[in-house]
Design a protein. Structure first.
Length: 114
């Protein structure tokens, strides 16, 4: 926890490779100061078949899943930080966005909690 999952059109990988993109998302998430670096998890899902507004247009969307308890301002700053970093890395990608969902502490479980 936290989890950052980037969905994207496969053409964005023509500019940067997956490992570099994952590293950049990790660095931006860590720079937010909201998480322990060792807890940050990043994954990337490139899509060959997709539609954006009923057309084939490059996109990046990051889905962040974090433990509840951060303020709206913290979450908004995290979104801006990551979208800004991705916009710098992919200046010609017209659709770059992010949203954040929160885990509820009482319903969260992982292997170490068993």
């Amino acid at each position: 926890m936290p989890h950052f999952v980037m969905d994207c059109s496969d053409d964005v990988l023509n500019l940067h490779d997956e490992e570099f993109i994952i590293e950049q998302i990790h660095l931006a998430a860590n720079a937010s100061g909201l998480f322990d670096e060792s807890d940050i998890k990043v994954r990337l899902n490139p899509f060959k078949i997709y539609a954006v507004g009923n057309k084939r247009e490059s996109f990046i969307h990051v889905f962040a899943h974090i433990m509840q308890g951060r303020t709206t301002e913290h979450r908004a700053n995290l979104s801006r930080l990551l979208v800004s970093r991705l916009t710098t890395l992919f200046p010609d990608t017209p659709n770059i966005a992010m949203n954040i969902s929160e885990f509820e502490k009482p319903t969260y479980c992982n292997r170490a909690m068993l």
